[in-house]
Design a binder for this molecule. Structure first.
Ligand SMILES: *Cc1c(COP(=O)(O)O)cnc(C)c1O
Length: 407
């Protein structure tokens, strides 16, 4: 049986393909293993899938930190309406795309005067994370003689359940607490900044459509309440995203249809009548890229230790930390894994896939059912398109940094 994951990428008789190229041939093309490969067609299809469910008039943004590889960002820039960045380097990558600066927003706590200067000079929208940041930004704008475009990032007065990472509600380092936003808006009315609107993001990696729908309703309600205090008509409303992807066997993929319907109703009943000038942006990271990438490693050693088979590969947690279970996960579970050059073979053994780092943390697959693999076979870890290489401690153990290719 071919898993949906393998079917999405495609295969020749025995090999997984990425972008139509068999993985073993891709390894030769790249010049060796390990490497990350992202499938251009899958990225395009993913955006089309989201577009087909979002109501007309809702814009789609890409959160660059999920995968900031310049070629990926460049490709997506032609398909989405907006890019959200979280550092000066991500901003530079976004500014290199054909998207105009006013379609780029810069979020994240702790922005320095230097970063704010670059953002104001570029003309990107700055998502204000605190009162201190607001004061710093006003000073930067004054010095440059440029009026900064801002949105206030709001830490909502509600929180959502079922998110892999909560990023709003309760005490947070993100955004300005909702109850303090009116006072901040009052101050901003008297200084030289253009307040475009709000950015409200409650959490990430959620697989429950009902919870995401409730979060979107609460988000729009909150935005409408805060809009009453805004110094100018709201022209920008970033309602976050949080769409999750299935990483583990029992995860059920997110059902987009109810989310689309919910958003359509919110748009017609609440947003358009009350905030007629607002661009509404849904901002997604992992949902657009996570399932479009693989991490390809090669078996260097096959060992048996006291009845257990170990496949030692030439990669590890230094490149793909999340697959080892050490990227914020509470319980470690296996990411989908396959032997990329034995896709046609049935599983015949249980093997534990470990990386080449000298630490027991470096576990990529614990007791996985696999075809019997040998030295030089290719072990492919799926769901590697988001929070892979750039979310991993590449300097740990001082191995070389792997290549990334968009195919
Ligand atoms: C990280 C981040 C995202 C993307 O989250 P995903 O789970 O990858 O979709 C979106 N918005 C903001 C503000 C973020 O910081």
């Amino acid at each position: 049986m071919t898993s949906p994951t393998i079917a999405a990428f495609g295969r020749t008789s025995s090999r997984l393909t990425v972008g139509g190229v068999p993985v073993d041939r891709l390894a030769e093309r790249v010049g060796g293993t390990p490497f990350f490969a992202y499938d251009r067609r899958l990225l395009t299809e993913r955006v089309a899938l989201v577009r087909s469910t979002l109501p007309a008039g809702v814009e789609l943004g890409y959160a660059v930190k999920a995968n900031p590889m310049p070629a990926v960002v460049q490709h997506l820039s032609g398909l989405v309406d907006a890019l959200d960045v979280a550092s000066a380097l991500e901003m530079r990558t976004a500014l290199d795309t054909p998207l105009p600066a006013d379609r780029i927003s810069f979020a994240g706590p702790g922005k320095t005067a230097a970063e704010l200067t670059q953002a104001v000079a570029a003309g990107v929208t700055i998502e204000l994370e605190s009162e201190t940041e607001a004061a710093r930004l006003v000073a930067v704008g004054d010095r440059l003689g440029i009026r900064p475009q801002v949105a206030v990032r709001v830490n909502p007065d509600f929180s959502i359940k079922g998110s892999g990472m909560r990023m709003g509600g309760g005490p947070q380092q993100f955004g300005v607490d909702a109850e303090r936003v009116p006072a901040l808006l009052k101050e901003l009315a008297h200084v030289d900044v253009d307040v475009l609107g709000f950015h409200i993001f409650a959490g990430s990696q959620n697989l429950r459509a009902d919870i995401l729908c409730a979060a979107q309703r609460n988000t729009v309600d909150l935005a409408l309440r805060l809009a009453a205090y805004a110094p100018a008509p709201v022209r920008y409303l970033n309602i976050g995203g949080g769409f999750g992807i299935p990483y583990f066997e029992r995860d059920v993929p997110l059902d987009l249809a109810p989310i689309g319907e919910n958003l359509a109703a919110l748009l017609t009943d609440s947003v358009r009548p009350n905030l007629p000038d607002a661009r509404v942006v849904v901002e997604l990271g992992r949902f657009l890229v996570g399932e479009c990438g693989v991490y390809v490693t090669r078996v260097v050693d096959r060992k048996e230790s006291r009845g257990r088979v170990f496949l030692v590969v030439d990669g590890g947690l230094h490149h793909q930390l999340a697959a080892s279970g050490n990227f914020g996960q509470v319980i470690r579970r296996n990411y989908p894994i396959a032997i990329g050059n034995r896709i046609d073979e049935e599983p015949t053994e249980t093997a534990t896939v470990v990386g080449c780092l000298c630490t027991p943390l470096d576990l990529l697959g614990d007791n996985v059912s696999l075809p019997a693999a040998e030295v030089d076979d290719l072990v492919v870890v799926f769901q590697a398109g988001a929070y892979g290489l750039t979310a991993s401690p590449t300097a740990f153990l001082s191995h070389p940094v792997p290549a990334e290719v968009l195919v």
